[in-house]
Design a protein around this ligand. Structure first.
Ligand code: ZN
Ligand code: ZN
Length: 144
């Protein structure tokens, strides 16, 4: 009777050890998996940034194209071309970059992102009407 009990305890202990090693293995596997996932993630990031680069490059070429069209049309005729249509407004601070930030609550969309980061964010005031900026929303148009 005692011997049997001792045997059972021994068995239970072996089982415990087994499940413990199983657990350890599982943990290791999970760690390896997450390592793999991280590698994947890194790879995707790399791909994404190279894609962005290509996108930017093609944007540049596109702008060149439009510029070329414009100068050609300027030479050939005075008629209005589709390119004359303003597709976006320029920032009121640098007058050079498309406006992409909307201020809440005054809802003015008057500055580009770098001017917003550089000036408006610190002052917390709309540069157009001087209203307190409670929230700012970055918007993405066709050309951004
Ligand atoms: Zn600007
Ligand atoms: Zn405003």
């Amino acid at each position: 009777m005692f011997a049997l009990l001792a045997e059972e305890i021994k068995m239970a202990e072996i089982q415990k050890a087994n499940s413990r090693s199983k657990l350890l293995k599982l943990q290791q596997k999970v760690e390896i998996d997450s390592q793999l996932a991280q590698d994947d993630y890194q790879r995707l990031e790399d791909e994404l940034s190279s894609l962005r680069l290509v996108h930017q490059m093609s944007d540049l070429f596109l702008e060149d194209d439009i510029f070329l069209h414009r100068s050609l049309e300027g030479i050939s005729s005075e008629s209005s071309s589709p390119y004359e249509e303003k597709s976006h407004w320029n920032c009121m601070i640098c007058a050079d970059t498309e406006v992409v930030v909307v201020f809440v609550p005054c809802t003015h969309q008057v500055v580009c992102f770098s001017c917003y980061e550089g000036r408006c964010k610190m002052r917390g005031q709309c540069p157009y009407c001087g209203a307190q900026i409670e929230q700012s929303i970055r918007v993405y148009g066709l050309s951004s």
